[in-house]
Design a protein around this ligand. Structure first.
Ligand code: COA
Length: 157
C-alpha cells in the first residue's frame, strides 16, 4: 500500500467488491485471527450491514475500514482497523465520526461495540469519542478467551 506522509484529503465511502483485497490486507495485518474475505463479501449484500472505507485521495489507497450493523435504533460496530502505516493520523476517528453522523441521521440512540480488555489503543480511541464501558463479556474471544469490554456511545440529536 502506498501511503504519503503529508496530510492528505481523504474520503469516507462505502466499500465496493473491488476494495476487498485492500480491506483484507488491513484485516490480516491488524488481527491475530482475521476474518475471511467471504465475511466482507456477505456484509456487502446484507441490508442492515455497512462497511465503510477511508480512501487517501492522493494515492487512491484504502487506509482504514469499519464494519457496522444498523439494527432497530442501534448501531453495532463489529470491526474497525487502520493500516499500520496509516495509524495515528485520525483515520479511525474519521470513521467513528462518520458512523455517529450516520446513526443520528437514522434516529439511532446508541452505538455499541466490544473491545479486548488489553487493547489500550482502541480503548483510548473509544473513550475519546465519549464511549463509556457498560459491561464485560467474560472469555468473549474464542482464540484466547480474553474478556471483551462492552462500550456504548449515546447519540444526541
Ligand atoms: C485502534 C485503531 C483502529 C486506531 O486507529 P487510528 O487510525 O490509528 O486511530 P486515530 O488516529 O483516529 O487515533 C485517535 C486517538 O485514539 C488514541 N489512539 C489511537 N492509537 C493509539 C495507540 N496506539 N496508543 C495510544 N492511543 C491511541 C489516541 O488518543 C489518538 O489520538 P492522538 O493520535 O491524537 O493521540 C488501530 O490502532 C488499529 O487498527 N488497531 C488494530 C485493530 C484494532 O484493534 N481494532 C479495534 C478493534 S475493537
Amino acid at each position: 500500500m502506498a501511503v504519503s506522509k503529508a496530510p492528505q484529503p481523504f474520503l469516507v465511502e462505502s466499500m465496493r467488491a473491488a476494495d476487498l483485497d485492500a480491506v483484507m490486507e488491513i484485516e490480516r495485518v491488524s488481527f491475530h485471527a482475521p476474518c475471511a474475505a467471504q465475511v466482507f463479501l456477505e456484509e456487502l449484500v446484507r441490508d442492515w450491514a455497512h462497511v465503510d472505507v477511508v480512501r487517501d485521495l492522493s494515492t487512491r489507497s484504502i487506509v482504514a475500514f469499519a464494519n457496522y450493523w444498523l439494527v432497530a435504533d442501534e448501531i453495532h460496530l463489529l470491526n474497525l482497523a487502520t493500516h499500520p502505516l496509516a495509524r495515528r493520523a485520525g483515520n479511525a476517528s474519521r470513521l467513528l465520526a462518520h458512523i455517529a453522523d450516520f446513526g443520528r441521521r437514522h434516529d439511532c440512540r446508541v452505538v455499541t461495540l466490544e473491545v479486548r480488555r488489553s487493547n489500550a489503543a482502541a480503548l483510548r480511541l473509544y473513550r475519546r469519542f465519549a464511549f463509556r464501558p457498560v459491561g464485560v463479556r467474560p472469555n468473549y474471544y474464542a482464540e484466547d478467551q480474553e474478556d471483551a469490554i462492552v462500550m456504548l456511545l449515546e447519540l444526541t440529536p
